[in-house]
Ligand binder design. Structure first.
Ligand code: AMP
Ligand code: ZN
Ligand code: FE
Ligand code: FE
Length: 290
């Protein structure tokens, strides 16, 4: 069983339609794939249809933009009721923050002498990658990575902050919506100090179910093994995933990291328990082939 629980489509900043994503997952030999676009569920319905057609197990998820002590943290939420009023309101607020950041980024880049139009960066859930792609298309930079390094990372001329939800409150919201949560790449990109084991323990006490350990952003095997040990110690589910973005992120091919079947089974058991505890909620089921 090959299981990849973190991928993006055009519903956020991937480059494939949900159908293309799910079809590519099947072609890559995956048995289970989760669609986890940033801050929304816009890709879910199409992904479900495609999964039924190509015959692959599909988990519906969201990668939510949160913050913890002023630092950004990505939270993977699996199988929450997408109509939960509190969760919906928070997702809408994040997307609204993204939408109002887009013109501010255009303005900031304009001050740096780079003209980007709003049309070029239009997206349902607009993010910095869309701006990066516009800079690549214009030939200002060669790759998304270069666009981030030169223009879009904090401290660079095109950087503008945006709203993010409170991490602990979001874990509680997703739980209330009958879903389960997993910290995405918590020790990636130099973020290790923001979420030491003691903080992860606190998040577990707030309802966190798992930690994404095997991820490209955890560049050293030592970091992964240490994080795995922390997760084990705290009895958290350990996941591994590609964080595939289509052509948008190199070196994140579908299935480049996977989740062990036993860990996936446990996560789905926790999801079933969360859904049962949130009875009356419209929690989605895992889509199973056949
Ligand atoms: P945003 O949430 O719009 O501020 O943008 C964050 C997104 O940009 C996340 O999906 C990251 O995966 C992506 N990202 C961050 N740094 C880079 C980079 N150097 N190259 C490509 N994508 C990146
Ligand atoms: Zn992304
Ligand atoms: Fe992420
Ligand atoms: Fe991601």
């Amino acid at each position: 069983m090959r299981i990849d629980l973190h991928t993006h489509s055009l519903a956020s900043d991937g480059t494939q339609t949900p159908t293309e994503l799910v079809t590519a997952a099947k072609a890559a030999g995956l048995d289970v794939v989760a669609i986890t676009d940033h801050d929304g569920t816009g890709g879910w319905d199409e992904a479900v249809e495609a999964a039924r057609r190509v015959g692959i197990e599909l988990v519906r998820g969201i990668e939510i933009s949160t913050k913890h002590r002023h630092h950004g943290v990505h939270l993977l939420a699996y199988l929450p009721d997408p109509t939960h009023v509190g969760l919906r309101a928070e997702l809408d607020r994040i997307v609204e923050g993204r939408s109002s950041r887009a013109p501010a980024m255009v303005e900031a880049l304009g001050r740096a002498g780079i003209e980007v139009s709003m049309d070029e960066i239009a997206a349902p859930v607009p993010g910095r990658p869309h701006v990066a792609d516009a800079l690549v298309r214009q030939g200002v930079v060669a790759t998304r990575d270069e666009a981030f390094e030169q223009y879009l990372n904090p401290g660079r001329p095109g950087y503008v902050n945006r709203y993010a939800a409170d991490l602990t409150a979001t874990i509680r919201l997703v739980t209330d919506a009958g879903g389960v949560t997993v910290l995405a790449h918590p020790w990636g990109r130099g973020r290790r100090g923001d979420l030491p084991a003691s903080e992860i323990a606190r998040l577990r006490d707030a309802g966190l179910s798992g930690v994404e350990v095997d991820h490209q952003d955890h560049t050293s095997p030592d970091v992964r093994e240490e994080l795995r040990a922390v997760a084990r110690e705290l009895d958290l589910v350990v996941t591994g995933s590609s964080d595939h973005h289509g052509l948008g992120k190199s070196n994140h091919e579908l299935g480049c990291h996977t989740t062990a079947p036993a860990e996936y089974a446990r996560l789905m058991e926790l999801a079933a328990a969360a859904a049962a505890a949130a009875s009356g909620r419209r929690t989605p089921e895992v889509v199973r082939p056949g």
